[in-house]
Structure formats: structure tokens, C-alpha cells
Design a protein. Structure first.
Length: 540
């Protein structure tokens, strides 16, 4: 638990923010999460879960007492996940928790959050493991489908979010005991000349190493934590070496050291104004969010779209006329399709670059792959766009348009070129490379080396060929195509060689081909035979 001095510092930060920062003022307080933990006050020994729609639970709530704190933390249970049923909300335990929480069984992180919430004089706390029913039961699934779309509101309307960034597990706690070496401290007595009663001691300590960056801590390697941080009005970030404050108005550290990570993206007024008034800013900022997000780890692969759904919902508020299409946006679809399945660098804590075993999103969406995603091709001047969106359909699980996908397709009209067998074999044996190098020498005979250098495969694992991704038997049953989106970029598609009578032909994305240079002298595609022919293609 924090020392009285540290608690006083945090209380001052919260007070300054709530009283002096107009940008951090709360929105309409009519929203409350479905469940909250009533922690009582500092004298309380017990806590219990309450239903905020229950009149008997909420009759004492007023504008101030209805404030709640949200917790952002790593579960980190690993092989001990089954043991979590003792202290999580399940269909079997929820009624007991409404009477009293099993304080003696709660993990340290949640106990710290309860104690600190009391110290701040706030009565209510939101923790996902206790406020959303957990498990694989039908009841738990339905509750998760109902509560997960509310993350934008839950974190966005919290009085404060506490982020236990240093802890790898919910058993580690929030506040870490920091090592001290009093022998190396020097105390200086100070007294005010104007008021002799005003006096104290300032301690000088040896200069520490550069502080740990918040983005390098375990919590912020988690995909869910990205929107928890960005959506919150104010966040107390608890690193292993110091506390960090981040709100809509300012970002600073306890030590005064600037950090590279904090504040690099906030939904502040300037940012939101930019989203509202500038289509290009909307497009580029969403690409930045997705790039950052895709380099983080997910425990449950099926959470890929729900874990960023709160941010997507917030973005949509500023472009309500746009449509969200499985992680992409209708108004910028031709740009959004041009993602590349690559990391922007290679730190060891990034999630593995692969594809999930089961369906999660259409092949044309970045959500269909795991690991790093980048947009490497800017909209260079003079590059003509050859594709247009004709039709689209996205069906989600439940009513949340920002949630899990059941089925999706888009129909594009664009130049399409079927690869002849020799180039198909070259494509199948091309390995993923670190950079999409430009084509330099085309036509009349295609330079295979240069042609292959522009290919990036949506891979099942690092540095693999498309033949290894698809396996030989499936690849042999497929034809492969280039679908021209712009002068310099094509999607690489596959489609079955044989389709049943009466069925529509469909195409799946398997990669992308980029040429950032060769088009100043005319399209190399014109030298290929047969050449590109404008076609209508249904991508699934």
C-alpha cells in the first residue's frame, strides 16, 4: 500500500485535475456500469458487489457518491486460470458477491485497488473480473456480449483509472515497495525567512538510471490495455520505479523525467477536433492506433476486434456518417485495405506474426491476422486509384457493430490479372522479406527477382512462403490474382480453380504487392500478357 506521503501526492494530482482542468471535466454522469464494487470507507472491512440498476443499492447515490474508479491490470494467471473461479464473478458466485466479497480470497491487486479507492474517499470500484460474469457458460457469454461493448463508457466516465503497469499478474499488487538507501541520502534543513514556523528537510539522493517507460511495462504490452488508457479521462500509471500521471490536459512523472511513451496519443480536444474536421487525420490516426494495437498481445484471439471496439466507437462519434467494416472504415476503405502484415521493428515482447486457427474476420481485414500490421504505402501524389467499392456486408455476433464478426464481404470493381503458372509458382515460393523493395526493371519480360521483392505474404509464421502457409494441396487447387488498387499497389488474391455450378466466385486476400517507384514511367502491368481487365470481385 502507498505511504501517507505518496497518497497525499496522488490526492493533490487528482484535486488539481478535477478542479483546474476544464478539458478533464466529466461528461454526463447518467451512465454507470451495470455492476460496481461498493468498497465502503476507510473503516470498512468488507466490500460487496452492487447492481447499479437496483433501486435499493443506488438510493443513497448522488452525483459525488456515484463516482467510481476503474482498474486496468494484467490477469496473468496462466496455468492457474481455473483457480480464478474462487474470486471472479461466475453464475455460481455472483449472488454471494452481492452479499459480500470473499476478501480473504481476492488477489493482491484487487485488494490494493479496494484499499486505495477508500483512501481517495471514493466509494465504488469497477474491476472486470468481478463486474463481468466470467467463464464459458451461456450466462457468462451473454453477459460478456452485453458488457464488452460498454468499455468506452466504463473507462471514459470513470473518475480515475488506476493502471498497475509493472505487475505481471493480479497477485502482484499495484504499488511496489521501492528500494531505498538512507546511507547515501543527504538531508538539508530548510526554513522560511518570512515564516520561521515553515520549515522542513529536503533529502538529496543519488541520481537513478533513466526511468522505466510505461509502454515497456507488462500491462501496456496487452492489447486490451491500449483502449483502457486512451479512453480514460485521467490515469494513475503505477510503474515499477515511479508513478506517472496522464490526463486530457497534461502528462508528467513523479520524478520529473519525460517519458517517450506517455501522452503520445490522447483523446484530447485538439485530437478530437482534428478527427472531426480532417478526413486525412481520421484515416492516419486510425492507422496509427491499429499499428500500435496489433503489436500487442491478446490472451484470447477471438477478442481481436472487441478489444479495440471502444476506441472504434469513440472514433465513430466524430464521423457518424461513416461505417465501420471489420476494423476498416467505408469512407477510406481503399486506403485501409493496404495494410502489410509486418512488424515495424522486432522487440521480443511483440505477439507472434501468424494467423488464427478459426475464423475471426474476413481476409481483407487486418483483424484476420496476429502480430504486427503496418501501412507502408502513403498516398503519393500522381498515383491513380483504380478500384471502387460496390457493395459490403458485415454481420456481427450480437448487436455490437464494433464487436466480433460472424461474416463479412466487400465487392470491389478493379483491374484484375490472373497469374500464369510460372508466376504462380514464383509467388508460392516467395518468402516474406523485411521490406517491400520497389520494382525497378519491367517489362517486357518480368524480372522475377524484382517482382518478388515487392511481395508481402499474410503469413502463418515468420519468414515463410505462401506454399508453406497454404500447404501444397490447397495451393494447387487455387488460382492467384493481382487486384489493382492503385498504380503502385495490388492485393494478392486466391480463388478456387473450380467452383460449383450456381455459386458465386469469391476471392481471399493472401498478401499485397507494392511498387513505390516504377510507375513514373508507366505501369509495368501493361507489359504483361494477359493484361489487367477491370472486373467485379467479391472478397471474403
Amino acid at each position: 500500500m502507498t505511504s501517507p506521503a505518496t497518497t497525499a501526492i496522488i490526492k493533490n494530482w487528482v484535486h488539481d485535475c478535477t478542479t483546474s482542468h476544464p478539458l478533464c471535466k466529466p461528461p454526463d454522469q447518467s451512465f454507470l456500469p451495470s455492476r460496481l464494487i461498493d468498497v465502503g470507507d476507510e473503516r470498512s472491512k468488507d466490500a460487496r458487489l452492487i447492481l447499479t440498476r437496483d433501486a435499493s443499492d443506488c438510493q443513497q447515490m448522488n452525483e459525488k457518491s456515484a463516482r467510481y474508479i476503474a482498474l486496468s491490470y494484467c490477469w496473468g494467471l496462466g496455468d492457474n486460470a481455473k483457480d480464478a473461479t474462487e474470486f471472479t464473478a461466475t453464475p455460481e458466485t455472483i449472488q454471494q458477491h452481492l452479499n459480500m466479497l470473499p476478501i480473504q480470497s481476492l488477489p493482491r491487486t484487487i485488494l490494493d485497488a479496494i484499499a486505495f479507492t477508500r483512501r481517495l474517499g471514493v466509494r465504488y470500484l469497477w474491476v472486470d473480473s468481478l463486474c463481468i460474469i466470467q467463464g464459458n457458460s451461456i450466462e457468462a457469454r451473454e453477459d460478456w456480449m452485453k458488457e464488452s461493448p460498454l468499455m468506452a463508457e466504463i473507462y471514459g466516465r470513470a473518475y480515475l483509472t488506476i493502471a498497475s503497469t509493472w505487475a505481471k499478474s493480479m497477485h502482484d499488487g499495484i504499488f511496489i515497495t521501492r528500494p531505498s538507501d538512507p546511507e547515501k541520502c543527504v538531508g538539508l534543513g530548510l526554513r522560511s525567512l518570512e515564516n520561521p514556523r515553515c520549515k522542513g528537510v529536503v533529502k538529496l539522493v543519488p541520481k537513478h538510471d533513466p526511468p522505466v517507460d510505461s509502454m515497456d511495462e507488462p500491462l501496456y504490452r496487452r492489447a486490451w490495455a491500449l483502449q483502457e488508457r486512451i479512453l480514460s479521462r485521467r490515469v494513475l500509471i503505477c510503474n515499477r520505479d515511479q508513478l506517472v500521471w496522464e490526463c486530457q490536459s497534461c502528462c508528467f512523472t513523479e520524478s520529473g523525467f519525460k517519458m517517450r511513451g506517455i501522452g503520445r496519443m490522447r483523446l484530447d480536444r485538439e485530437f478530437l477536433d482534428d478527427l472531426e474536421s480532417n478526413d486525412k487525420a481520421f484515416q492516419s490516426n486510425w492507422a496509427c492506433v491499429v499499428t500500435d494495437y496489433c503489436h500487442k498481445c491478446l490472451t484470447n484471439p477471438s477478442d481481436k476486434l472487441p478489444a479495440i471496439g471502444g476506441l472504434a466507437k469513440k472514433f465513430h462519434l466524430f464521423h457518424p456518417e461513416d461505417e465501420y467494416l471489420a476494423g476498416l472504415w467505408k469512407e477510406s476503405i481503399l486506403h485501409d485495405l493496404l495494410w502489410v502484415h509486418k512488424n515495424y521493428d522486432t522487440p521480443s515482447n511483440y505477439s507472434e506474426r501468424c494467423k488464427p486457427q478459426s475464423y475471426r474476420a474476413p481476409s481483407w481485414s487486418w483483424a484476420s491476422v496476429d502480430g504486427g500490421v503496418r501501412w507502408m504505402f502513403s498516398e503519393a501524389a500522381g498515383k491513380s486509384v483504380h478500384a471502387r467499392l460496390l457493395d459490403h456486408r458485415v454481420t456481427t455476433e450480437g448487436r455490437d457493430v464494433f464487436g466480433m464478426i460472424k461474416y463479412a464481404h466487400i465487392t470491389l470493381q478493379a483491374p484484375l490479372w490472373k497469374l500464369p503458372e510460372d508466376l504462380k509458382n514464383a509467388l508460392l515460393n516467395t518468402r516474406s522479406v523485411d521490406d517491400c523493395a520497389p520494382l525497378q526493371n519491367i517489362p517486357e519480360d518480368v524480372n522475377i527477382g524484382n517482382w518478388q521483392s515487392g511481395i508481402a505474404i499474410d503469413a502463418h509464421w515468420e519468414d515463410c512462403s505462401l506454399a508453406e502457409v497454404m500447404q501444397a494441396e490447397k495451393a494447387a487447387a487455387m488460382d492467384f490474382y493481382f487486384l489493382g488498387i492503385r498504380d503502385d499497389i495490388s492485393l494478392i488474391l486466391s480463388s478456387p480453380k473450380v467452383i460449383e455450378e450456381g455459386q458465386d466466385r469469391y476471392y481471399e486476400r493472401v498478401g499485397i504487392h507494392g511498387d513505390s517507384v516504377g510507375f513514373g514511367r508507366g505501369s509495368w502491368r501493361e507489359g504483361l500478357s494477359p493484361c489487367f481487365v477491370t472486373s467485379i470481385c467479391k472478397l471474403v
